[in-house]
Design a protein. Structure first.
Length: 209
């Protein structure tokens, strides 16, 4: 059974408070999303496999550790997931980046896919799917289903805020996927938005309505 980790780090919680504020401008909102993603990525990569290598220091030859294999691929769910990419790449600059484009039908609340481009060697990599919000879970479930057809080494999902309904749906659909959540909120409202949440993450990141 995969694990679910709800972050409790003080820096993440502090930045989340500012992120939620209706008065936080898009410029600061984008920076905060990136910073939170970087802090969360630190935990999400804790179990990456290591191998021993030899490194020549100025004083001696040292036996040191290096991440083994082809490392990581980050796959943001468009468009809000793009806001998390800079933060995670700052931590793992060698990672590849794929993209999955989904939008939520406002009538059915179901995800509609319009784009999918993944790294050619994704089967050799561990994938972390990025989306700031896990609401109904439909987009995350669909994105992970698409990625699984390419047989990556492992898949994880990382979101900044989740609703209990979406988290349970994701766990039921993909019980083998580790999930990392910045904050677990109260519920979804009748329109499928997370409460208290932070509004529409994509609109707040890109300054649109």
């Amino acid at each position: 059974m995969a694990k679910v980790m709800i972050m409790d780090h003080p820096l993440i919680q502090h930045k989340l408070t500012i992120l939620r504020d209706v008065h936080t401008a898009s410029t600061q909102f984008r920076a905060l999303v990136s910073e939170i993603a970087m802090l969360m990525c630190y935990e999400a990569t804790r179990d990456l496999p290591l191998e021993e290598v030899e490194t020549q220091t100025p004083l001696a030859l040292a036996k040191t550790k290096s991440i083994a294999g082809k490392k990581l691929a980050f796959v943001p769910i468009l468009r809000a997931g793009l806001g998390m990419v800079d933060g995670v790449l700052a931590l793992v600059p060698s990672a590849r980046v794929g993209h999955i484009g989904l939008y939520r039908d406002h009538e059915t609340l179901m995800p509609v896919e319009y784009y999918c481009k993944l790294p050619a060697d994704i089967e050799e990599r561990e994938v972390i799917v990025l989306d700031p919000m896990l609401a109904t879970g439909g987009s995350a479930i669909d994105a992970i289903t698409q990625i699984k057809t390419r047989n990556p080494q492992k898949i994880k999902f990382m979101c900044i805020i989740a609703a209990p309904e979406g988290l349970e749906a994701l766990k039921a659909a993909h019980p083998d996927v580790d999930v990392f959540v910045g904050a677990l909120d109260d519920c979804l409202n009748e329109h499928g938005y997370i409460v208290p949440g932070l509004g529409d993450a994509g609109d707040r990141i890109f300054g649109t309505k």
